[in-house]
Design a binder for this molecule. Structure first.
Ligand SMILES: *Cc1c(COP(=O)(O)O)cnc(C)c1O
Length: 230
């Protein structure tokens, strides 16, 4: 099969899963944005997905993302990976949404980057749903209010909401229920911060049931990556 047909089939199957999950949850599919995670795949795949109607693409490494963002205009870029402080300025130059803001030390370089580029970036606070474990990044839930407030009051940064990755080995429904509580508390302080980025290829149904507004889906659309990354 040609790559375009492969991607079209993966996309159609994923959209069908999302539609079924929305029906089961009594939600409108328009409430749920699909971010196609293109990490490790070539820029030509990003362009094919764009031409198939995908408007949101996700990447997790600055070096790879910056090259693809320059090569493939006409989409929104979502930075979803662990963010090093020394990469934050670069990411702020092309990302429309940074899902992985988990500490105040990132805000200075992000603000610097958007100011230089004359743009704005939406920031999601990444929540650590398995506190204490050597996990995949994220701020403890107790640190979310202060970090959110700092984002909301930093020029050039917009507070969009929250992001999380379900811990390995836990029922994702339980993890996403905890995230939904943190999200409700955040909205009480910041009514505009409505984004909840949760759910990947393996657990998007549970994420939709728990109120996710953004799904980050890679392998279900593009196929299995040869090596696991971040
Ligand atoms: C790779 C990645 C995804 C997509 O994972 P799949 O299982 O391929 O859908 C989602 N979120 C983050 C943070 C990732 O790094």
């Amino acid at each position: 099969m040609r790559r375009r047909e492969q991607l079209a089939a993966g996309l159609a199957a994923t959209r069908a899963r999302i539609a079924a999950a929305c029906t089961a949850a009594g939600r409108a599919p328009a409430e749920v944005a699909l971010v196609a995670v293109t990490k490790t795949w070539p820029a030509s795949d990003c362009a094919l997905l764009r031409d198939l109607g995908v408007v949101d693409l996700g990447e997790n490494r600055d070096q790879e993302a910056s090259v693809k963002a320059a090569a493939v205009p006409g989409v929104r870029w979502h930075f979803i990976g662990r963010l090093q402080s020394n990469k934050a300025r670069s990411v702020a130059g092309y990302a429309d949404v940074v899902h992985s803001v988990d500490r105040e030390a990132l805000l200075g370089p992000l603000a610097d980057g958007v100011q230089r580029a004359g743009r704005q970036v939406t920031c999601l606070v990444q929540v650590d749903l398995e506190e204490g474990a050597e996990g995949r990044g994220g701020a403890p839930a107790a640190a979310v209010p202060r970090l959110a407030e700092r984002i909301a009051t930093t020029d050039g940064l917009l507070l969009g909401g929250l992001m999380a990755v379900a811990p390995l080995g836990e029922d994702p429904a339980a993890a996403f229920a905890r995230l939904a509580e943190v999200a409700a508390a955040l909205r009480a302080d910041h009514p505009g911060a409505t984004a909840v980025s949760a759910g990947m290829s393996g657990d998007l149904e549970q994420a939709v049931a728990a109120g996710a507004t953004h799904l980050r889906v890679g392998s279900a659309i593009l196929g299995l990556r040869s090596a696991p990354t971040g």
